[in-house]
Design a protein around this ligand. Structure first.
Ligand code: ZN
Length: 114
């Protein structure tokens, strides 16, 4: 029995014994290494979201409250897309993205999202 990737149809495993039929069925959801979204990719997506959330919040605060000019200037430098941030700034977003990912892992059982 072949197990194929649900994304590209590539064979990812060849199972021989009939006793593994149950596993074969479960493997219908299998994805090959090339098609699987890596944890690193997920982390970058989440970091992007963290950054957008921060921008949303900081712009609101800057518009509606008296904040020191120094702080406003500091914030303004980072009111740009996540992809344009310095590595140092990206790292700050990743710190929160990792926390979100940890919660996600704790609350999902083996990645089955249905
Ligand atoms: Zn694939």
């Amino acid at each position: 029995m072949k197990v194929v990737c649900r994304e590209c149809g590539e064979t990812i495993a060849v199972l021989v014994a009939d006793t593994r039929r149950k596993e074969i069925k479960q493997d219908k959801e299998a994805v090959c290494e090339d098609c699987a979204i890596s944890e690193e990719d997920v982390l970058e997506e989440l970091s992007d979201l963290e950054h957008r959330q921060w921008m949303h919040w900081s712009k609101y605060v800057a518009e509606n409250h008296d904040i020191p000019e120094e702080l406003r200037e500091k914030w303004e430098k980072n009111w740009k897309p996540y992809s344009d941030l310095s590595e140092d700034m990206k790292e700050k977003d990743r710190k929160w993205a990792k926390k979100a990912l940890a919660v996600f892992k704790e609350t999902s059982d083996g990645g089955d999202m249905e």
